[in-house]
Write a protein that binds this ligand. Structure first.
Ligand SMILES: NC(=O)c1ccc[n+]([C@@H]2O[C@H](COP(=O)([O-])OP(=O)(O)OC[C@H]3O[C@@H](n4cnc5c(N)ncnc54)[C@H](OP(=O)(O)O)[C@@H]3O)[C@@H](O)[C@H]2O)c1
Length: 268
């Protein structure tokens, strides 16, 4: 992780899963970590776990679905620092089921966290990252960004936004020394699945084991991909090959298959 050595990283969604693992893997190399999520107790426990001399860790409890709280986070950074040179936009949530049956509050939260907060934090922190002459932005996307996903319509669309935004930003920042990359994991065992599942939904069939990756591998591959200047990282060779081939198939041929899961869900 040459380019990230000595960085000060702000990690959203650091209270569990992929975000907490980013903090764990960066802690030996970073000089500062800013941990952001709603569950302050989890952030403090992670801080205690990772504390070592030479590493400054700050915890900031904030609901990223609330624009006022995002504003307070940015104001606190502006007033008291630290100066962030590595932004990891990782916080996110999903929702599984037919769109017409979704709760609006959940849909709104997905748009606010997965799209709006990610965009606003990038907008606010990028000028400082650029001034430092080095630095990085890593946006946690998903393989669902590659295809429209009936029964995860808004989630997949929010991740398609993340991929498009990341690619465009990467183009804008070429030659500035700032690295920009998207991490597109497939299924990972974290709290994500339980949160995306609706109360009345039956347990979905588990993802095939060969597509699953441990969270440690997801994060290691994401950091390595960023360090090597990759635009996107899909952890795991089988999944990377699968998504590469999928991207080659015109949507025209895929449409008949896309709605199968949704049709089954509607029959129930
Ligand atoms: N797990 C998967 O299968 C999978 C696959 C592909 C992509 N991803 C992506 O990976 C990222 C991390 O997910 P994960 O798998 O690690 O899931 P997770 O264990 O559920 O972690 C989600 C994190 O986001 C934070 N978060 C959610 N809503 C928030 C809000 N309103 N304000 C602030 N923080 C919020 C949570 O913290 P608090 O609850 O404490 O606020 C938590 O730290 C997400 O962007 C997700 O879309 C996951």
């Amino acid at each position: 992780m040459n380019s990230l050595h000595g960085c000060t990283a702000l990690i959203t969604g650091a209270s569990s899963g992929i975000g907490a693992e980013f903090a764990r893997q960066l802690a030996p190399h970073a000089s500062g970590l800013v941990l952001v999520a709603r569950r302050a107790d989890r952030l403090e426990a992670l801080k205690a776990e990772l504390s070592r001399s030479g590493l400054e860790i700050r915890c900031h409890a904030a609901d990223l679905a609330d624009g006022a709280q995002v504003g307070r986070l940015l104001a606190a950074l502006e007033e008291n620092g630290p100066r962030v040179d590595f932004l990891i936009n990782n916080a996110g949530l999903g929702d599984h089921g037919l769109f017409e049956e979704s709760e609006w509050s959940r849909v709104q939260a997905m748009l606010d966290v997965n799209v709006a907060a990610l965009t606003r934090l990038t907008h606010a922190l990028l000028p400082g990252i650029l001034r430092s002459g080095r630095g990085a932005i890593l946006n946690v996307s998903s393989i669902t960004a590659y295809l429209p996903m009936p029964t995860m319509a808004v989630y997949a669309a929010s991740k398609a936004y993340v991929n498009s935004f990341t690619e465009a930003l990467r183009g804008e920042l070429r030659g500035t020394g700032v690295l920009v990359s998207a991490l597109c994991p497939g299924p990972v065992d974290t709290e994500f699945g339980g949160i995306a599942k609706r109360a009345d939904e039956e347990d979905a069939a588990p993802a095939p084991e060969f597509l699953k990756q441990p969270v440690e591998r997801i994060v290691r591959d994401g950091l390595r991909g960023l360090d090597r200047g990759r635009a996107r990282t899909i952890p795991g060779l089988p999944l990377a090959v699968m998504m590469f081939l999928t991207a080659l198939v015109p949507i025209f041929f895929l449409r008949p298959f896309l709605g199968i899961g949704a049709r089954n869900a509607r029959k129930k």
